[in-house]
Design a protein around this ligand. Structure first.
Ligand code: GTP
Ligand code: MG
Length: 137
């Protein structure tokens, strides 16, 4: 069965949106398999965001992800990777479609990194890699 890693980023947790976000994923029909609230470490984030090392937003992104707790979840279901990315909306919350998590709950706060509430794995390989990073084997 397909799995994906979902993170509710520090902005979503701080704004008390964790329950609303998880409810939307469950309402679409995906199954919550694992759930925890964690304080990320720099080491963990360097692994998670290795594809972005060297990009201008990399350091602000890591600092943002260290700014407060995140909620990490594993959701399961046929085509859940694609389905969650569709539900999350595009990266920039200003223009993410209404009806998506980022489009409905997010905006631009004028900060160095796009605070866009959620992360979802973008392929089967990255899902398995990211699940290992956040939940272990
Ligand atoms: P994730 O699900 O978090 O991986 O988002 P994504 O796949 O839509 O975006 P991507 O993996 O390309 O980038 C990771 C994160 O870096 C994004 O979610 C944003 O928080 C931030 N980010 C990406 N691109 C930019 C950018 O061009 N400018 C800024 N300021 N932040 C960015
Ligand atoms: Mg990404």
């Amino acid at each position: 069965i397909e799995r994906t890693l979902v993170l509710i980023k520090p902005d979503g947790v701080a704004r008390n949106l964790s329950g609303s976000i998880l409810a939307r994923i469950e309402s679409k029909g995906y199954v919550l398999a694992e759930l925890k609230k964690v304080n990320a470490t720099r080491d963990l984030l360097e692994q998670h965001y290795e594809e972005h090392v060297g990009k201008p937003f990399y350091e602000p992104l890591v600092e943002f992800m260290l700014s407060g707790p995140v909620v990490a979840a594993i959701f399961e279901g046929h085509r859940v990777i694609e389905g969650f990315r569709s539900l999350a909306g595009t990266t920039d919350p200003t223009t993410a479609a209404p009806g998506t998590i980022r489009g409905d709950f997010g905006r631009d706060w004028g900060l160095a990194v796009q605070q866009n509430l959620v992360h979802g794995s973008d392929s089967a390989d990255s899902a398995e890699r990211e699940i290992k990073i956040w939940f272990g084997e």
